[in-house]
Design a binder for this molecule. Sequence first.
Ligand code: THU
Length: 163
Amino acid sequence: MKKNKYLIEIEEFDSINELSAEDQHLLNQAIAASENAYAPYSNYHVGAALRLDDGKIILGNNQENVAYPSGLCAERVAFFHANSNYPGKAIEAVAITAKSKTFVIQKPVTPCGSCRQVMAETENIQKRKIRVLMMGEKGSVFVSESVESLLPLMFQAEELKIK
Ligand code: THU
């Protein structure tokens, strides 16, 4: 038996002001996207903003439902919209943030496992890394250079793909 360690690397910025103007803009777009979330059950309003390789920005937010599992996270709303409406356009970066009606989010909002899996599939298909920007209402900003590094040992079954 041997033990393996898998390291992930995250950049941490004390404030949004330390980021490039492009990244700041995308994070601000994610804040704007969170305003349109439909989250009456959790009161946790998530916004995601994607930047395509032609500069176009796609927004998404969480859409909840009284039948709880029928709802969808902000990141998947945005990725599925981009993939269905702009097929073939690579996604360069995604910014994620949230606002709660019941408490102040002091730490960066990091995507759930299902969203990481969906974002990783897009990253694999486009063969280009997606920069992931994560921010709360307060505190620092996390940046990952790729989705892959947020999902070590992700499920990849090449044999499931039609040849
Ligand atoms: N949520 C997202 O939109 N993105 C995530 O990555 C995690 C959670 C949403 C789902 C639900 O509407 C609310 O946040 C609380 O879990």
